[in-house]
Design a protein around this ligand. Structure first.
Ligand code: PGA
Length: 252
């Protein structure tokens, strides 16, 4: 049975002391709620990963990074490797976020290397895909998502693919307050699951968690998560508030 997941992508937010407060608040709140087998993942800035994994050790959440460089070690000033994250007990890493595709020019080919590098060390990629507004307006959204998924993930064996979590994040919905409708989300999630089924098999498709991201919040999470192919969310802005984030995590 595939996992229900709510992951918080903090992006480049919170000072060290603010992060400490938020992690503690979330950990305390999660102790008091019934997650119904859903997995909660916090993805803070890399500087706070050690502090987060320390708290996670005695709490009900897992930890993810926001980025890696696809080498184990070497002359890559400013970067961090999956090998470093592994020793910190970081379990997941967001890959292919639209902000990294846009501002850091990350291509599908480069993301393939990141996916391989994470899987080599037993970390699970949360692979983001999604179209920009002009692509949706030109009815190219399926084609765009197909090439993102195919070019970065479909070289994997079925066994390796089972470690990947997919996050569909229409770029026009990220940080805009314009959420995809439940029908738009369901339609794309079912399409992605169909691609996985065609490339691998029905079991692999059935087992893959596909999250929705893009202005998902405490008000709309339950409706989105009630869709048959929406297995949870990748949450940006609303993950910076402990009350709202825990509300989303209990929206299944
Ligand atoms: P948002 O961001 O929830 O603030 O729209 C989601 C994301 O970028 O992962």
């Amino acid at each position: 049975m595939r996992k229900k997941i709510v992951a918080g992508n903090w992006k480049m937010n919170k000072t060290f002391s603010e992060a400490e407060t938020l992690i503690t608040e979330i950990a305390d709140s999660l102790d008091d709620v019934d997650l119904k087998d859903a997995e909660v993942i916090l993805c803070p800035p890399s500087l706070y990963l050690e502090m987060t994994t320390d708290v996670a050790f005695e709490s009900n959440f897992k930890v993810g990074a926001q980025n890696i460089y696809p080498e184990d070690a070497g002359a890559f000033t400013g970067e961090i490797s999956p090998l470093m994250l592994k020793e910190l007990n970081v379990a997941y890493c967001i890959i292919g976020h639209s902000e990294r595709r846009k501002y850091f020019h990350e291509t599908n080919e480069f993301l393939l290397r990141k996916v391989d590098s994470l899987l080599k060390h037993g970390l699970r990629p949360i692979f983001c895909c999604g179209e920009v507004l002009p692509e949706r307006e030109a009815s190219r959204h399926f084609e765009v998502v197909k090439s993102q998924v195919e070019e970065s993930l479909f070289h994997l064996s079925a066994e390796a693919f089972l470690n990947v979590v997919i996050a569909y994040e229409p770029v026009w919905a990220i940080g805009t307050g314009v959420t995809a409708t439940k029908e738009q989300a369901q339609e794309m999630h079912a399409y992605i699951r169909g691609l996985i089924s065609a490339r691998y098999d029905e079991t692999t498709a059935w087992e893959t968690s596909i999250l929705y991201g893009g202005s998902c919040n405490g008000k709309n999470a339950r409706e989105l998560f009630s869709q048959p192919d929406v297995d949870g969310g990748l949450i940006g802005g609303a993950s910076l508030n402990s009350v709202e984030f825990v509300q989303i995590a209990t929206s299944f």
